[in-house]
Design a protein around this ligand. Structure first.
Ligand code: S3P
Length: 177
């Protein structure tokens, strides 16, 4: 399916709950390149969950590990699933754009919020435990301007992970031609 596409590293960005992980897994299969989940890489390297890192070392320490993990990618061609805050540091977005194609999975806030309020989603995300809905909405608005600088934007509200993936493949052909 990835035949004919120029395959550099693909970075998926977007707010928590936009589907980076499920789309990333699917896309990596379609393109026959490995998936690389930045949050999982950090957890493996640090021997702690993201929640524990936030709790014991704070968000700033987590952001440092995150920036490092994005740069320590062991693979030349991969689908990289970043955490929702990876683009807050402008230099991370610049780095990713220099190494590959950055794809923003754009999802409206009500859709995200419904997904994030499911217990299994909520409990693994420290920011959801310490912030109100209004705080998270503010974060969503602040971050949107960073996400919007991506190379490609996919509107995901009414799409399944498979459909998002199909859209990405179409947009990649266009972007690389
Ligand atoms: C974060 C998003 C999380 C994870 C951490 C912080 C954020 O990743 O990196 O909890 O700041 O938005 P997901 O976007 O995969 O939930």
């Amino acid at each position: 399916m990835g035949g004919g596409l120029k395959l550099n590293t693909i970075y998926l960005v977007g707010f928590m709950g936009c589907g980076k992980t499920s789309v990333g897994k699917y896309l990596s299969k379609q393109l026959e390149v490995p998936p690389y989940d930045v949050d999982s890489a950090i957890e493996k390297q640090r021997g702690q969950t993201i929640k524990e890192i936030f709790h014991y070392e704070g968000e700033e320490a987590f952001r440092n590990y995150e920036s490092l993990a994005i740069r320590q990618l062991p693979l030349e061609h991969a689908v990289v699933m970043t955490g929702g805050g990876a683009v807050v540091r402008e230099e991370n977005l610049t780095y990713m754009k220099s190494k590959g194609t950055v794809i923003y999975l754009k999802t409206s806030f009500p859709v995200l919020w419904n997904r994030l309020m499911k217990e299994e989603e909520r409990k693994k995300r420290p920011l959801l435990l310490t912030n109100t809905k209004e705080d998270i909405f503010q974060l969503y608005n602040e971050r949107s301007k960073h996400y919007e600088k991506s190379d490609i934007t996919i509107l995901t509200d009414d799409l399944t992970a498979q459909e998002v993936c199909e859209q990405i493949l179409i947009e990649l052909q266009r972007f690389n031609s």
